[in-house]
Design a protein around this ligand. Structure first.
Ligand SMILES: [Zn+2]
Length: 445
């Protein structure tokens, strides 16, 4: 055996031994909770890292009275990590509760380990991304500025042109879909297996346009929301017609159910990791009717729960999953490669904590430049590593012009798009490839 190998073997054994050392686990998860997960002091009222495992509590007084809602002992840690990865909330929560009830009676229940459909397809073995499954989520739904106005995600500005002026307008949903569609084809051409949460630019995650969804599913969705949240006035006002603006329907009913649908679809696909694609705006430039000179890129990964964000059982299970699995660590690892690729490929600087107010108030710095833990629906609901990219500010003086340029053909995907969007897709592609080639991607479990 050569010396390097012996040293590696020694480190490996040391690592495995320490996994059974409760003291080191307590230290590790305490530090991790502070660093990545507890963005407000109140979050500490709802969990404990104990000598025998981790407990999560429904309320602060439950913690005082030592009544955990979920508990995972150190002995169960590895099997919990494997089981939680495979199961959606609605199937896992009843299981956790049954486990707790049986434990009170002195009985134990082992973790269910049945995997989701994981059928592999044929891959040409020489392709560099062979065997890698990637989910891509193009943010928002608008395919034109009319829908962009409905979801409040659009740019429309009068820009000087010679002695005249021109109106430049686009919706974020158009930018994200084109980027995702181009990226998907580039990754597939290298052997990756890719799924998109939206199949076409005008389709929602339900496989239907917004209007089709409203006609076929809207009523049922509203009724189930009313049944689940009978005290919510927005829902009842939508039902009885007091609230009849299309924007309210979109905001209170569609947005949340559609985001959940995206996460469910991704869960069924069971990817190695998920890329969520958005384009940012300068928050100081609201209402975005004129361009800004500021421009930054950033990435979000899971974590950073704030006060009030552990109010429901589902969120508390997500907190426990994110604390005990390596999903945050793996997300930071991948996001760091994307951040570097955005910065170099797009010539957009990485955002520091002071560059946007929400980075200080709603996020925790991951320790990796431009990467922040943030508790968004899409970082919390998706299982596995999540790389949520905000490549540039759409309302930036230069970007707004570049993003409105005449489309050109991207030969790999066969898709027509402004050159800037093709550059963004390639920046994602390079970052993903660098991460996979780095070896840190393969070390995750
Ligand atoms: Zn967005």
């Amino acid at each position: 055996m050569n010396r390097a190998f012996t040293a590696l073997l020694f480190l490996f054994v040391l690592n495995k031994l320490s996994a059974f050392n409760a003291d080191s686990l307590v230290r590790y998860y305490k530090v991790k909770a502070d660093r990545f997960l507890a963005a407000s002091p109140e979050v500490h009222d709802q969990f404990s890292v104990l000598n025998n495992g981790v407990a999560v509590y429904a309320t602060a007084s439950d913690k005082t009275n030592n009544l955990p809602e979920f508990f995972v002992s150190w002995e169960e840690l590895e099997s919990f990590k494997a089981a939680v990865k495979l199961r959606p909330h609605h199937r896992f929560i009843p299981y956790m509760i049954m486990k707790r009830e049986l434990k009170l009676k002195g009985r134990t229940l082992s973790w269910p380990l049945e995997s989701r459909d994981n059928a592999t397809q044929f891959h040409a073995p020489y392709l560099p991304l062979h065997g890698i499954r990637i989910a891509i989520d193009p943010g928002h739904i608008a395919h034109d500025t009319i829908k962009g106005r409905l979801e409040q995600k659009f740019i429309s500005m009068k820009m000087p042109q010679g002695k005249d002026s021109v109106r430049l307008a686009f919706a974020e949903g158009q930018l994200t879909w084109l980027t995702a569609a181009i990226l998907a084809e580039h990754l597939k051409s290298q052997g990756a297996e890719v799924m998109l949460t939206r199949a076409a630019m005008n389709k929602t995650a339900f496989g239907r346009t917004y209007e089709e969804w409203k006609t076929f599913d809207g009523g049922v969705s509203l009724d189930s929301l009313i049944a689940a949240f009978p005290d919510n006035k927005n829902y009842s006002d939508l039902k009885n017609g007091k609230l009849k603006e299309e924007r309210s329907y979109f905001r209170y009913v569609f947005k949340d159910v559609e985001i959940r649908r995206r996460a469910e679809e991704i869960g069924v696909f069971n990817p190695d990791f998920t890329v969520v694609i958005h384009y940012n705006v300068d928050e100081q430039n609201a209402p975005w009717t004129k361009p800004t000179t500021r421009n930054f890129c950033m990435l979000f990964v899971p974590g950073a729960f704030q006060v009030g964000e552990l109010n429901d059982q589902e969120s508390r299970l997500d907190f426990l999953r994110l604390l005990l699995t390596d999903e945050i660590e793996n997300s930071v690892s991948g996001a760091a490669y994307l951040a570097l690729s955005f910065k170099e490929g797009l010539k957009v600087p990485l955002a520091n904590e002071k560059d946007a107010a929400y980075l200080g108030t709603s996020c925790l710095y991951s320790g990796s430049s431009g990467v922040y833990c943030r508790n968004l629906s899409m970082t919390r609901l998706i299982h596995g590593p999540v790389l949520y990219g905000e490549t540039l500010y759409q309302d930036n003086l230069t970007e707004v012009r570049l993003l409105s340029e005449k489309p050109i053909l991207d030969t790999v995907s066969g898709i027509m798009a402004p050159q800037r969007i093709i550059q963004v897709a390639k920046a994602y592609e390079n970052g993903i490839r660098n991460w996979i080639y780095s070896g840190s991607f393969r070390n995750q479990n």
